[in-house]
Design a protein around this ligand. Structure first.
Ligand code: BGC
Length: 407
């Protein structure tokens, strides 16, 4: 039990990190050497990232906005396809660009969480088979080393890879994202290779500096059986193992802190399984995100997961993503408050949680769903790229200012 926090005070620990996350391909624009860019161009009516939010050029404006919203940390990713656009050629111009980006965050007085891989691959790497081939991990490791050497002086927390489970779900299990395969075995192999890639990246960064603080961003879902039926219970256990625990198991000892992405609590039943598999096989891409699928807001799941992590990993935890597609900003405030209430309870009970980052700072390119989903604290008018903070962003700013939930 963390006495200094206490259930009643509604306060968060001193120096708690508050902020938001973004990913390069979703906000920067013109990621022309990536597999995603190539894939987007392939089919006429497929959503195209184009200039996205033009964050590549407007990053100073975005960081100033984050600062004005009281954020004291920011999570961003660097784009491998920019840094190494062709095999073995590291572009000094792009490395310099990212150094300027990181320096700008430093100038704004914000802590920096840097992700090295967030779903998009250099086209040349994808053409070599991407993470389908164990031998390709060495290319990733070389890129990670380059990032470690060049960006180390700015980075407070490293994130090697983002959500390997989400990556394989969309790219290999339901076929909605490149390389659009539907193959459980191939997907599982990629999942294991990505786990290995995390281990290698962890080692490579630590060889450069043993003091670096390194994690992956692992999305965990709170699965629970839909009934007491033995089949539902068993399926729930299997799902939980595959989605949540396998990655933890594979990477024992490779987390200096734990980066958690949390969005969902899901009830598992035979029907859930059959529908999931059928949708994949029928390539049912009507399933969107957020409002469209009616993601159930279930903040208690976050509490369950952090308690589990405290027991199983025992490292300080930071929430690196949590958010909702909510163009009208009707749910976001409730979502933030709800999750913070449960986080606070966990902290009061002694779980070491040192930050919360919302997904996302600005509306952005939501992968295969394009620009329609709106996850931003800040609304984007794509006709002129004007940024306007939503009311929930102001409520969040007030919480940050007081380091405390309202009474
Ligand atoms: C991903 C983000 C994505 C968000 C909302 C997370 O799984 O890391 O890139 O935009 O979910 O779907």
């Amino acid at each position: 039990r963390n006495r200094s926090i206490g259930y009643m005070t509604r306060k968060f620990p001193d120096k708690f990190l508050w902020g938001a996350s973004t990913a390069a391909h979703q906000v920067e624009g013109n990621n022309i050497y990536s597999d995603w860019w190539a894939w987007e161009q392939n089919i006429p009516d497929r959503p195209k990232s184009g200039v996205a939010c033009n964050h590549y050029k407007l990053y100073k404006q975005d960081f100033a906005l984050a600062k004005s919203l009281k954020h004291n940390v920011h999570r961003l990713s660097v784009e491998w396809a920019r840094i190494e656009p062709t095999e073995g050629y590291f572009d000094e111009k792009e490395i310099k660009h990212y150094k300027e980006v990181l320096q700008e965050l430093r100038n704004q007085g914000m802590k920096i969480i840097l992700t090295l891989w967030h779903f998009s691959l250099p086209k040349w790497f994808a053409d070599k088979g991407g993470f389908e081939k164990l031998g390709n991990v060495r290319y990733f490791e070389r890129y990670v080393e380059t990032c470690g050497k060049n960006f180390g002086e700015w980075v407070d927390y490293w994130v090697t890879i983002n959500e390997p489970n989400t990556y394989i779900s969309f790219a290999y299990l339901n076929g909605m994202r490149p390389p659009q395969k539907i193959n459980f075995l191939a997907g599982t192999k990629v999942y294991l290779i990505l786990s290995w890639a995390h281990r290698r990246a962890y080692g490579a960064l630590h060889r450069l500096n043993p003091k670096f603080l390194i994690s992956a961003a692992h999305q965990m879902t709170d699965f629970y059986p839909a009934s007491r039926n033995a089949i539902d219970k068993w399926l729930c256990g299997v799902t939980n193992f595959y989605v949540n625990d396998l990655f933890l198991l594979m990477n024992r000892g490779c987390f200096d802190y734990f980066g958690l992405n949390y969005y969902l609590r899901i009830s598992v039943s035979l029907k859930f399984f059959v529908t999931g598999i059928t949708n994949s096989l029928l390539k049912d891409i009507s399933m969107g995100v957020g409002e469209a699928v009616g993601w159930k807001m279930d903040p208690e799941g976050l509490y369950n997961i952090v308690k589990k992590l405290q027991k199983e990993i025992g490292k300080p935890i930071i929430i690196l993503e949590n958010g909702v597609d909510d163009a009208k900003d009707l749910m976001r405030q409730k979502l933030i408050m709800g999750h913070l209430e449960w986080l606070h309870k966990a902290i009061a009970e002694g779980v070491d949680i040192f930050g919360y980052l919302h997904w996302s700072l600005i509306d952005n390119f939501e992968w295969h769903s394009g620009f329609e989903p709106r996850f931003g604290l800040v609304e984007m008018d794509y006709s002129n790229l004007k940024r306007t903070p939503r009311p929930s962003a102001l409520v969040y700013a007030e919480i940050i200012k007081n380091n405390k939930l309202p009474g």
